[in-house]
Every structure is written in C-alpha cells, then in structure tokens.
Write a protein that binds this ligand. Structure first.
Ligand code: FEO
Length: 395
C-alpha cells in the first residue's frame, strides 16, 4: 500500500527527485521532492505540479486515485518551474480545467508558458467551494516570489504552504515525525537560510496572516509534511524571520599557505576560552549553501581571506556575493586575513560587513606573510574580545 494518503480523499501525488544535487546553486546533497497534492471532492483539485521532467511520476500517482482527465481545478500556488513545470502537459489532458492562481501568478504563468488557459485569479480572503471542502487563499508575496500564495482547507485543517516550511530532502517518508525533529529542523533551516532568508519581513506578515488558522497539517511543496512539529517549526520561522540567532560564532575562511588558517584557529581558541561554541568552515571543503545554515544560526560571523591579486580569494568572493544576496541581519562581523603585499582582502571584507549593516566592533586583523607567535597571541586575544562583545550583545 502506498503511503500517499494524507486524509480521506487527499493524497500526496508529487515526485521524488533522488538525483538533483544543484538547485540553482544550493547543494541538495539528499535530492528533493516536488510535492503536488490531490483533493478529491465533487470538484477534483490538483494543488501544484512538479518539475517538467518528472511529470510521469506525478501522473502515475494521480492515476492511482482518479482519472487525471477528471481534474476540475489546477491550483498554482507559485509559478517557479519546480512547481509549475508540469502544468502545460497537465493542461493538455484537462484543457477545460480552471487554473486558480494569484494575479501575479497569472502574469507569471502567461510569461512562462504563453497559454490561454481558463484562469481564475484569487486573492487573500477569496474562497472556492469544491463540494464538501473550501479552498481558502492567502497571498504570501516574496515567500518565495511575488506571485506566491498559500491555500487553506478549513474542513481538514490543512495548509498547502508551497515553498514556506519546505525542506530539500528526497525521502520515502512523508511526515515529519517519521524522520524526527533534528533531521527535519536541519533541512528546514538550510532551506530557509538559502531560499527564504532575504524575506524576513514578508515571512512575518505571512505568519501573522496564518496565526489564527487551526492547523493539523502543513503540506509544503518540498520535503515532508508537518503534523507533529507544527508549533516547533512555526516558532523557528518566527525566530528566523526576526533574524534572531544563537550566541555562537562562525569562522568562515580560505587560505593559500595556511597563514589565514592559523589566524582562524587562534581566533577560535580565544572564543572557545570564553565557552563560545565556534564553528570553523574552510571554503575549500564546504559548500557555501551549507555554510548558510551556520550563518543563520550564529550571531558572530568572522570572515577570513588572504589577499590574491589585490583582492579576495575567489572562494571568498563567491561566498560574500551569495551572502550579500541573502542579506542576513542583526549580526556582529569581523574580518581577518594575511598578505604578502597589498593586503586589500581584509578591507573588502570589512566593506562587506558595513554593506550588510552588521555591527563591527573590532577592526580587521591583517598579518604580513606568516603569523608569528605574537601575531597568533594577538589573534587569540582578539577572539576573546569578540567573544566578550558577543556575550554582552542583545538577542
Ligand atoms: Fe520551490 Fe520558489 O520554488
């Protein structure tokens, strides 16, 4: 028996993408799922679709429960192609179906696919009756695109949340408690840090709009369905949306001849002496999308690079480009590095910290060629000084 029935007449009919490892720059080391849902009522509704190349997976799942040609409503909560990619092929099977979407959704679907489908544009507060159930819509712009919306089924207490509350995780399990909180929280945090982080204000608005809903299930468009950890994940989202982080430190760096690495280690020893949990991430061996989980989680961020050709090492250049796009806020920053001549890398990192409007209580640490014992002792003390700032900082 397939584990796709969520409630009586409601089924997960999505696709598991076991092989995807790069999701526009996000390392999806465990693959992902594109979740579509089928609501079988007097009118049959398909909630979102899957990436175009996995259309057959979705159709074979739908066919277990209904004849796909009998679908009345195709509900598009979000235009991005991981969810809309199979709409054109689906609409060839159901040319008379109504495509329910937001105003921006209609525009986006027309721009992507150029088709004259029977669009029904909805907005927050609108409802559509499917027989014994009601589709109730809430616009959630920028979570993740301007068109994004979520759909609530009050009779079933189900929220189809699309990208919100998602995790990139390919798994045969369908529910959060089948994997456990620590696993799903880790993947939900990485997802938030890499996809949703720039949109804290909009997440706050969405959480406020959803706060009165009675929820038994949150069905996102990636990963497992939330049923046991709904209070926990909504509390995490609230914290992340407010850019609250733990009093932990993250040292992210790259090194040419181990000088910057030695400074990183000395900074870590100073921080650890104060009992501050400190994570070291070497850009040579860690993917920037993994490091973003540490950024989300840590209040103090130390960034180190040697100077190469009057600038940053390319790995650090890539990291700060990614970081500036994701705009984490409310951090304490610090820059360090080493150089032979020139020494511009530390200045570039300090500029990045300023651009992000992070607090920068201590001037950057820049060592010529190789740090000696005094330099490393100075780096250790600087680590302690930064740690004191961290401990004295607000939440
Ligand atoms: Fe999962 Fe914004 O698409």
């Amino acid at each position: 028996m397939h584990n796709e029935k969520i409630k009586e007449g409601i089924y997960w009919v999505g696709a598991i993408d076991w092989d995807v490892r790069n999701f526009h720059g996000y390392l999806t080391e465990q693959g992902t799922t594109y979740n579509a849902y089928l609501v079988v009522d007097e009118k049959i509704t398909l909630v979102d679709t899957v990436k175009e190349n996995l259309f057959e997976q979705m159709i074979s799942r739908i066919s277990r429960y209904v004849d796909p040609s009998k679908i009345d409503y195709l509900l598009s909560n979000h235009v991005e192609m991981d969810h809309s990619g199979s709409i054109p092929r689906m609409m060839e099977l159901i040319p008379n179906a109504t495509v329910i979407t937001s105003k921006q959704g209609e525009k986006g679907l027309r721009r992507h696919y150029g088709k004259e489908w029977d669009f029904k544009v909805v907005k927050s507060g609108d409802t559509i009756c499917t027989g014994n159930r009601t589709l109730s819509f809430v616009n959630t712009p920028m979570v993740h695109w301007p068109d994004s919306m979520v759909t609530y089924l009050p009779e079933e207490k189900i929220l189809f949340s699309n990208d919100a509350f998602g995790q990139h995780l390919a798994t045969p399990e369908r529910f959060d408690d089948e994997l456990g909180w620590s696993v799903v929280k880790r993947d939900a945090a990485k997802y938030y840090a890499n996809i949703v982080l720039p949109f804290g204000k909009q997440v706050n608005k969405a959480l406020s709009a959803l706060s009165d809903l009675d929820l038994e299930l949150i069905c996102p468009s990636h990963g497992v369905i939330w049923r046991s950890f709904i209070p926990k994940i909504t509390a995490e989202y609230q914290k992340w949306a407010n850019h609250e982080a733990e009093k932990r430190a993250l040292i992210v760096y790259d090194s040419m001849w181990h000088s910057t690495e030695k400074i990183a280690q000395a900074l870590e020893s100073g921080l650890s002496e104060l009992g501050i949990r400190t994570t070291l991430r070497n850009l040579k061996v860690n993917h920037i999308s993994d490091i973003m989980s540490d950024v989300l989680n840590s209040k103090l961020i130390l960034m180190g690079s040697p100077t190469l050709n009057n600038g940053l090492l390319p790995t650090m250049g890539s990291f700060i480009t990614y970081l500036k796009g994701l705009k984490p806020q409310n951090k304490i920053g610090f820059a360090f590095g080493s150089y032979g001549w020139g020494g511009q890398a530390v200045g570039e990192l300090e500029k990045t910290i300023d651009e992000l409007s992070w607090e920068q209580p201590v001037k950057g640490f820049n060592i010529e060629y190789v740090p000696d014992r005094d330099d490393l002792s100075g780096a250790h003390d600087t680590g302690k000084l930064l740690g004191e700032h961290l401990l004295e900082s607000g939440e």
